[in-house]
Design a protein around this ligand. Structure first.
Ligand code: MN
Length: 211
């Protein structure tokens, strides 16, 4: 399905809304996917409706090229294309807690151990980064010049525009956790670690390495 181009369509989540219970609640997933992501999709389509010359660009190309556009339309496309890209990536990176390996697997596991000295150290470093996001944004594990790196991005900025390749993403906007975890982002981060799809993360990692 041609879903990476205008007009963008909000495909269903790759799992039921209640799939991530009890760690991420059903209502949050409904609102997050059907309203928040849907709004980014609608706004992106609205922006592109006025710009036929941009309608053949992929989602990733829109993000990368947004800086070359006049500021008003460029910002609108950057923020909304980023919102679509980041949410799709974040949602695809989770799975039923009973299916989750609970820790990295394969080449990624080996590289995390090499880089961080073990999964527990990695998890602590990732949590610290996710807690450090001031306001709205994301924590990411990325590949940067062949090496693993934990980074954060503000708002709907993406690792792509920084020349980095994403492996896992955690949305720390309040809408991602406020209904269940209230203002306690630390608890949300701990819960999210139970639903990380490490099989998908390994696939992303190998793709980043060009394999
Ligand atoms: Mn979000």
């Amino acid at each position: 399905m041609r879903n990476n181009y205008y007009p963008f369509v909000n495909l269903p989540l790759p799992y039921p809304y209640d799939e991530l219970e009890p760690y991420i609640d059903t209502k949050t997933m409904e609102l997050h996917h059907d309203r928040h992501l849907q709004t980014y999709i609608n706004n992106l389509n609205d922006a592109l409706k006025e710009c036929p010359e941009l309608q053949d660009l992929s989602l990733e190309q829109l993000i990368m090229n947004s800086y070359r556009l006049p500021e008003d339309i460029g910002t609108k496309i950057h923020n909304n294309a980023g919102g679509v890209y980041n949410h799709r990536f974040f949602f695809a990176g989770m799975e039923n807690p009973n299916d989750s390996a609970g820790m990295p697997i394969g080449r990624l596991a080996a590289e995390i151990i090499k880089t961080y000295g073990g999964f527990d150290n990695f998890r602590d470093a990732f949590k610290k980064a996710a807690l450090s996001v001031f306001g709205s944004g994301y924590a990411w594990l990325v590949v940067c010049r062949g090496k693993l790196k934990i980074i954060t991005t503000a708002n709907q900025n993406t690792p792509l525009e920084m020349g980095m390749c994403p492996v896992i993403a955690l949305d720390v906007w309040e809408h991602a956790y406020y209904l269940k975890h209230y203002n306690v982002r630390a608890d949300y981060i701990d819960d999210w670690f139970n639903v990380v799809n490490w099989t998908k993360a390994e696939k992303n990692y190998l793709k980043c390495l060009g394999r």
